[in-house]
Design a protein around this ligand. Sequence first.
Ligand code: FAD
Length: 545
Amino acid sequence: VTRTFDVIVVGAGSAGIPLATRVVENTGRSVLLIEAGRSFNAVHEFPRDVLNARTYAPMLPGNPSNWSLTANLTDAITAPVARGKIVGGSSSINGMIYLRGTRSDFDGWAKLGNTGWGYEDVLPYFAKSESDRDFPDAEHHGSTGPMPVTRGLHGPRHSTTEALFGACEALGFPFVEDKNAPDTSGYGFLPLNVSEGVRVNTALAYLMRGRELGGLTIQPESLVHRVVIRDGRVAGVDVEQHGRMEFIGAEEVVLCAGALKSPQILMLSGIGPADELAKHGITVVQDAAGVGRGMADHPELFACYAPDGDTTQAPGSRIVEASLSFGSSITGADDDLEIIAMPGPFAKALKPDLSGATPAELMRRGVGAGAALARTSPSLLWRQVKRRNDLVLAMTVMQHDEHRGTVDLRSADPHDAPVIHYHYLETERDMVRARDGLSVALDIMRTAPFSRLVKARTAPGDGFERLTRAEQDGWIRSSLATAFHSCRSARMGLPDDPESVVDDRCRVYGVEGLRVADTSIFPTPISRGPHATAVMVGERVADFL
Ligand SMILES: Cc1cc2nc3c(=O)[nH]c(=O)nc-3n(C[C@H](O)[C@H](O)[C@H](O)COP(=O)(O)OP(=O)(O)OC[C@H]3O[C@@H](n4cnc5c(N)ncnc54)[C@H](O)[C@@H]3O)c2cc1C
């Protein structure tokens, strides 16, 4: 007997969970939410490292909550790429920064022809998703939504937060009280989806609120192989659970598998660039040139410093607390750069249960942190951590780069990871952004508030300022990391754009009953991390069903 649902949502991540729960609440339709990773019925059943807001451990390759993908950042750098493989998706393993995209990001989406996606259109969905504990009465905030949003306004502050504020003031940047307010260029506290020391992923926020969600069925540990399409219309999905294949029928299917997996499922279903599908012997259902093309992400660079004295985090403080957003010399006013000052030590953040251990001890105890980090994008940090107990990091994130990446099939086997190329720093404008960002980060660290806190810069090395431009660019290229902010791999746009994959209701062009709703549909990358915007997309698209 074929099981049938009104709606199947593929991927219980940042967008998929809000979408599935709202469709059940709003319409009473039956919804099946399929997730490749594990699911849990109660908070205490989640893995400790997923709950603990003071660790980044799940982003390490090999962690059971992580897909542990690999990508080429440039032709010369291959790096592991973290993605959540667990209920909550990447929100279960991420950095917890809950910053909205800016007014100009969304007005830019609307200007491209995406009706209903301008700033004023999406604002109610950001508000609906959150309970902002610091500004509950502000017009642009919500106070009763599922995602708790908090800032370090009242708790103990890390010395690097004080130093970042002092440095930004000295350099003339404006202070922003609420970085989720409409116009937020400048420095201030980061809003985080953290409550009582817990990383509040979308599963905890939306599924465990003690509400009746009778129409919702969650099927974990199940890999969707493909969407089944008959005569141009969705029929259901082929899914594998514990080695057993099943066809499940549905009126509508929504892909929320994230920017690296939704394009893979589309291609395995016969929707993608015809030449790419032909290479793998997949019958073309819809020749869609934009699937897996034009992907964007945020490259990042770390400047590292040895602290002068103890920078141990105060109990109750967060791994990250504050940031500066500003425009490069390319865009002027628009924020295309962000700097976050992180208190080290990174190794302790990764393995909090080993805090106090020296890096050598970490290696000896065989916890795998050394081996796992050695080939990660923060490998630079690991080299530093091996030599020193502690680091203060100035992390620069390039938000609006022109690079456009690709997500291709490795094979027609759904178990194979996709082949991912970011093509970072291939244009001169992207290089200018990287140089500008690094230069402001180094300036910040030279100001009095930081000179009191750090004694030496450990990367880039001492002589960096005396290097030629070409040599400095060489350091930038070789030190590049990724922020894991992939988007735009099945983008929303007008039908006359050959690379648009979905329309402004997120319906896949040429296939009835199929939508994509995750960061894949971003028409352009945004000036902030994509997490809050992914949740907003889930909330927004739920209203279309
Ligand atoms: C380590 C890390 C740190 C980050 N830090 C931040 C941050 O601090 N701030 C910020 O704004 N952004 C951050 N991001 C980015 C942000 O978390 C993601 O952009 C966002 O969570 C993506 O949401 P999504 O719904 O598109 O996909 P996801 O949340 O990744 O959800 C996709 C879901 O689909 C499931 N899935 C995939 N394929 C299949 C299949 N074939 N069958 C069944 N299920 C499938 C996955 O297991 C996953 O649960 C970070 C990301 C990572 C990985």
